[in-house]
Design a protein around this ligand. Structure first.
Ligand code: ZN
Length: 282
């Protein structure tokens, strides 16, 4: 169908009360597996890569892979830079052809986060590429990111942040964490509703791997329009391959064992699409 930006996707989700699933991919197999799930459920989707993923194979490799797969797909697909950690990387992603960019200045002091997020939003605007930024700190560990000191998003700060930066979507910290949870996460739903009242751009939930489905649905009811899933996809892909190789220790053809990992990813992504309510929304 089309390789698109995330902008219209998220505005439509925001208006109609569902969320677009944003799925972290690491390789060609995961790209194919995610898109297959989206096609089977007629769901729009965002595929995304973190800086450490970009380091693994390069922005241009992911762009070529996802753009080609998106052209052939029956649903709209965007490619997003997840947790862009510098102005330079954000610009490289923009020049490479990513159709959605996150700049994560959430570890910086408030004013510096505003300045960095605004600079990226200003630079991306002429090309029509939407920018996501983050305010408050999502805790936990993912790739090279590590946050031992999570901080919730303050609604009044969020309002000012959005007005001054001109970003297209805002990632909020309401108690989710990256990586694997030790206990059940306690989410601050009321805080999310307060943010929603004063911020009129799409809101993004990070760290949704391991959050109970019902809690993710409650976040969507209260105004989340993009939900990120990373850790669970990596686990599904690896578990599929591990179990196949355990049963078939002599297997040596990647086409055989990767297929099992892909099937696990497709199954997981279909479940997440249903939690997000984006099935049938392509
Ligand atoms: Zn994240």
């Amino acid at each position: 169908m089309a390789f698109v930006t995330s902008e219209q996707m998220l505005l439509k989700a925001d208006k109609e009360g569902y969320a677009v699933g944003a799925f972290n991919v690491e390789n060609m197999e995961m790209v194919m597996a995610v898109i297959k799930a989206c096609e089977e459920l007629s769901a729009p989707a965002i595929l995304q890569t973190t800086p450490s993923t970009v380091k693994y194979a390069g922005l241009d490799m992911y762009l070529a892979n996802v753009a080609e797969a998106a052209k052939k797909a029956s649903v709209p697909i965007a490619l997003h830079l997840d947790h862009g950690d510098s102005f330079e990387l954000a610009m490289q992603a923009l020049r490479t052809g990513y159709t959605s960019i996150m700049i994560d200045g959430s570890k910086l002091p408030f004013e510096e986060n505003i300045a960095l997020s605004k600079a990226v939003a200003d630079a991306c605007r002429p090309s029509g590429i939407p920018v996501e930024a983050e305010l408050g700190k999502v805790g936990g560990k993912e790739d090279d990111m590590n946050c031992d000191d999570p901080g919730y998003t303050d609604p009044a700060d969020a309002k000012r942040f959005v007005e001054e930066t001109g970003i297209s979507s805002l990632a909020v910290a309401i108690g989710t964490a990256h990586g694997i949870y030790k206990g059940e996460p306690k989410l601050d739903f009321d805080r999310l509703s307060e943010i929603r009242k004063v911020v009129n751009i799409p809101l993004v939930l990070h760290g949704a791997s391991g959050v109970p489905d019902e809690s993710v649905r409650e976040c969507i009811r209260r105004g989340i329009s993009k939900v990120n899933f990373a850790t669970e996809l990596r686990i599904a892909y690896s578990d599929g391959i591990k179990s196949f190789l355990k049963d078939n220790p002599d297997a040596f053809d990647p086409k055989k064992y990767c297929k099992v990992g892909m099937d696990k990813v497709t199954e997981l992504v279909k479940n997440k699409i249903k939690v997000c309510g984006s099935n049938g929304k392509a």
